[in-house]
Design a protein around this ligand. Structure first.
Ligand code: 5FU
Length: 280
């Protein structure tokens, strides 16, 4: 009865959270456990990548505060693409303040994240008040929250008792607003089967390189999904990285074709790893 043996579709009915339910349905329908992380600094590139990989992904992840020409038109266009191509949106905001402050950061300001992002995430450093603060803004809108139980970067302090406390907080959350984790492994089943069905989303995924110059560490979709039991692979530069090269900047059309190719390559690798996991 371990979660890693269940199909994504069979887990839909055990979700208390509307966003998690919709995400698992989308994964099953599109046969995709791929989330693309579009970490580009202008609107047109962000929308172009979302358009190119849209058909292959279940989720698009943003860092909305890095977009230099951000406006609500970007949000409207991204939302339209999410409907057209059937993907959800995850703002990787990594909230980390007291409940009252994060509630405002989530709902107000320039970005009004809660109004358009189906899923967001938070560190548990401030204690469980951060969950209640975010829930105040996100729950009425049917949003979902992921706790950062583990990180992919070298030397991360998210380990041991801290990771365990994140898992416990997710299990203890009665509201159903917490729907999973950012983690490198099946943290919710580290000490045996978990009654609550939670999602594990995992960044630090790459097929061609092992890391970057700033501490990022990559593992393959097979290591992440089959060997470590995570649910969703998050891939950034492995997919859109060509846009950052001189050739990519000079010839956007060829570059976008490469982005599309990498999207379908990672989609297949992620899904093959999942099929192997439920079959193993
Ligand atoms: F929580 C985390 C983490 O532990 N590692 C990460 O890399 C989040 N990330 C994000 O995933 C990071 O902020 C990037 O947006 C993305 C990884 O991008 P990459 O280009 O695939 O390295």
């Amino acid at each position: 009865n371990s979660i890693v043996k269940k199909t994504y579709g069979s887990r839909v009915s055990s979700q208390a959270n509307a966003a998690a339910k919709q995400l698992l349905e989308t994964m099953e329908r599109k046969k995709s456990n791929l989330c693309v992380s579009i970490d580009v600094t202008n609107k047109s590139d962000l929308l172009a990548v979302a358009e190119a990989v849209g058909p292959d992904v279940c989720l698009v992840k943003t860092h909305i505060d890095i977009v230099e020409d951000f406006d609500m038109d970007l949000v409207e266009k991204l939302t339209a693409l999410s409907k057209e191509h059937d993907f959800m949106i995850f703002e990787d905001r990594k909230f980390a303040d007291i409940g009252n402050t994060v509630s405002l950061q989530y709902s107000a300001g320039v970005h009004k994240i809660a109004s358009w992002s189906h899923i967001t995430n938070a560190h548990l450093v401030p204690g469980p008040g951060i969950i209640s603060g975010l829930a105040k803004a996100g729950e009425p809108l049917g949003r979902g929250l992921l706790l950062l139980a583990e990180m992919s970067s070298a030397g991360a302090l998210t380990k041991g008792d801290y990771t365990k406390a994140c898992v416990q907080a997710a299990k203890d959350d009665k509201s159903g607003f917490v729907c999973g984790f950012i983690a490198m492994s099946r943290v919710d089943e580290a000490d045996g089967p978990c009654e609550k069905d939670l999602l594990v989303l995992t960044p630090g995924v790459g097929l061609d390189v092992k890391g970057d110059a700033l501490g990022q560490q990559y593992r393959t979709p097979d290591q992440v999904v089959r060997q470590s039991g995570c649910d969703i692979i998050i891939v950034g530069r492995g997919i859109y990285g060509v846009l950052m090269t001189e050739e990519g900047k000079a010839d956007k059309v060829t570059a976008m074709n490469k982005v599309r190719e990498q999207g379908s390559r990672y989609k297949k690798a992620g899904w093959d790893a999942y099929l192997a996991r439920i079959d193993d």
